[in-house]
Design a protein around this ligand. Structure first.
Ligand code: HEM
Length: 459
């Protein structure tokens, strides 16, 4: 079969295309759905082991084509959204983010809305976020005493919800509305259930709670906006950036749009950061040699009470490599989907209109040809002379191409500050041996409980 190549900026050409090799097994129509539901990563790995860098399997009547490896990723990520559409898989988020926001608007408007946060992610702002994150981390440890135990999944979940509510929504929110916000957030998340893929507007309790929470959150954000405008206060946070933003046609954002964009970013950034911080600490504690290196680095820099400033964080490289390595081995978003809106070519293969294509960071990061001795935890692979993440489209924990994560610098900074503030104050060890991945969630993280023992340094 031949189609016109549309990838990237390459000139159109007529190509003879291969059909993606079909994975064995599966039942008529439902295909590999049962295997996927039981063990999605196992299925993806089997597809790679049996078919190689391109494989096709079937989920509930849909053909899914998985592409593995830097060149295959590049070919997929370079397609324009008009050909490989990223929004189809996220339609169920519309009631969470709100009508007319992100996935419920035109492509141009969606891109404008997402990119409005750029000023909030510049270095100038990052300086104040660094202080906020360090302060929140220290507050979380305030009642710890000299020694004890904590549950890592819960701890990092709560901590990152405080840091993001303060950096995104400002001090008013964090100080006055934190508790209510925590409940609303749970109700919003409760609306992200598999049935929402089929119909996100069914009259069921989970969706009613979701809608009530979305409405109340909108009111809370409007209160802050009104108060800031009335008093002329200016914040150093995401909400302020959106209040000052305009579309290319000169119009400003409504409170409803501001709320929706903030929620979209919180959903993109909260769990991903929380589980990655947990994995980073777990992996360090499982690898004493690297734990020692991170401690030496952090304590050498901050041991004498130097503040956790944005500039000082630039010197924290060993710990950053440890985070990157945890993120390579445990990418929380383990499948990144697009839908083909027309027949097209990806990495020399024919993808038919209506089929799904997917990049799987977790499988891609296990290729020895790209990351030598890939299953080994080795933070030094990012160090001078090796820099294994430099190869374009090899390291895809943050995705790639035009939809690459907008918050990656913020996320790395946040995780670095949290770990620095913790390692500087306490020694840690795992209190149990059982560490497993929780495959029951859309964002993969360690399976709770993860008990960690702490002891104050010098106590
Ligand atoms: C460890 C933490 C994080 C990980 C692993 C992560 C991962 C990702 C990935 C893989 C994508 C691409 C999705 C795709 O191609 O379909 C993405 C997109 C995105 N991320 Fe993150 N993310 C993290 C933190 C954050 C944070 C903190 C924010 C907000 C400050 C954020 C905001 C976004 C947004 C807005 C997009 C959509 C970009 C677009 O569609 O153009 N992320 N993220």
């Amino acid at each position: 079969m031949s189609v016109t190549a549309t990838a990237g900026t390459a000139p159109a050409a007529s190509l003879e295309l291969k059909t993606p090799p079909r994975l064995k097994g599966g039942l008529p129509w439902i295909g590999h759905t049962v295997e996927f539901a039981k063990d999605p990563v196992g299925l993806l790995q089997r597809a790679y082991d049996e078919c190689g860098r391109v494989a096709q399997f079937k989920l509930a009547g849909k053909n899914v084509n998985v592409f593995v490896g830097p060149e295959a990723h590049e070919s997929l990520f370079r397609h324009p959204d008009e050909v490989l559409n990223p929004t189809e898989a996220y339609k169920m988020m519309i009631p969470v983010f709100g009508k007319g926001v992100v996935y419920d608007t035109t492509h141009e408007r969606m891109m404008e809305q997402l990119h409005m946060l750029h000023p909030a992610l510049r270095n100038k702002r990052m300086r104040s976020y660094t202080e906020i994150i360090a302060e929140e981390t220290q507050l979380m440890m305030e009642d710890w005493g000299d020694e004890g135990e904590f549950e890592a999944c819960d701890f990092f979940g709560v901590l990152t919800s405080y840091t993001s509510s303060r950096c995104f929504l400002g001090p008013e929110f964090r100080n006055e509305m934190s508790e209510e916000f925590a409940h609303l957030y749970v109700d919003l998340e409760g609306g992200i259930v598999p049935i929402a893929y089929i119909n996100a507007y069914l009259p069921i309790p989970a969706f009613r709670k979701r809608d009530k929470a979305r409405k109340r959150l909108g009111e809370m954000v409007s209160t802050i906006i009104a108060r800031r405008r009335e008093r002329g206060t200016v914040g150093e946070d995401f909400i302020q950036t959106l209040m000052e933003s305009t579309y290319s046609d000169g119009t400003t954002l409504t409170d409803h749009e501001i709320t929706g964009i903030l929620i979209a970013n919180m959903f993109a950034g909260h769990h991903t950061s929380s589980v990655t911080t947990a994995w980073s600490l777990i992996e360090l504690l499982r690898h004493p040699e690297h734990y020692e290196k991170a401690c030496t680095e952090v304590r050498g820099r901050f041991g004498d009470g130097e503040p956790y400033s944005f500039n000082a964080m630039r010197d924290i490289v060993q710990t950053e490599w440890a985070i990157k390595e945890a993120l390579r081995i445990h990418p929380p978003l383990f499948m990144l989907f697009r839908t083909a809106t027309q027949d097209c070519e990806v990495y020399g293969h024919l993808v038919k209109k209506g089929e799904w294509v997917c990049v799987s960071p977790i499988v891609a990061h296990r290729e020895d040809a790209v990351f030598p001795d890939a299953l080994r935890y080795d933070p030094d692979r990012y160090g001078p002379g090796r820099e294994e993440d430099r190869r374009p489209f090899a390291y895809v924990s943050f995705g790639g191409g035009r939809h690459k994560c907008l918050g990656n610098a913020f996320a790395l900074l946040q995780m670095k500050v949290i770990l620095s503030a913790m390692l500087n104050r306490y020694d840690f060890e795992l209190a149990g041996d059982e560490i497993a991945t929780d495959f029951g969630r859309v964002v993969l993280g360690p399976k709770p409980p993860i008990r960690v023992r702490y002891r104050k340094r010098g106590a």
